[in-house]
Design a protein around this ligand. Sequence first.
Ligand code: NI
Ligand code: MN
Length: 228
Amino acid sequence: MKLRWFGHACFLIENGKRVIIDPFLTGNPMAPLKPNEVEVDAVLVTHGHGDHLGDAVEIAKNNDCPVVAIHELSRILAEKGVEAVGMNIGGTAVVSNIRVTMVKAFHSADYEDERGIISAGDPAGFVVEMDGKRVYHCGDTDVFLDMGLIGELYRPDVMLVPIGGWYTMGIKEAVKAVELVKPRYAIPMHYNTFPVIETDPKEFKKQVEEKIGNVEVIILRPGETLEF
Ligand code: NI
Ligand code: MN
């Protein structure tokens, strides 16, 4: 499986099929490519905030592929003329032959367009499974004890963890989150995109690897790929 980071919370996961999560590329100073360069079979969106929904509609239209989101957000996206697949927390959907489980995230969620701010359902995380390999994208969240259940039920190989603080958990909470989930690899995300979420991923790596056994922290540069 190949996992490529496009900065912020945006990852491309590839294992035969290709899926992009939270495609915030336009306006993302770390993004190494443009939305029209993305080729995927599905788009996943954790919640309606602009730094996650990003270019989802454009990418789905370009690739003629579905967008997966929580029910309420999926209805908003369907109005924009894309094939929107609505699901909800705890459910597993199979989209373009990719197994997607939606899990809880502790955050807020709305959607903003020319009509103003619209309620867009709850925020979420995803566990994506392709060919027996699993990736847990936490979405925007604080740590919560039930992350232990996510680890136990889905046994993710890789955990994508926000560490930037301010809008999500910071390093202290993120280290605890990794301890609860116990993935093989943890990849920090949602940091250094903007000044208020500046943090040092090496400090996260140091603390995880000191406190928790059998977890390797991989610090990716935007555009870089982990193959496992
Ligand atoms: Ni958010
Ligand atoms: Mn965010």
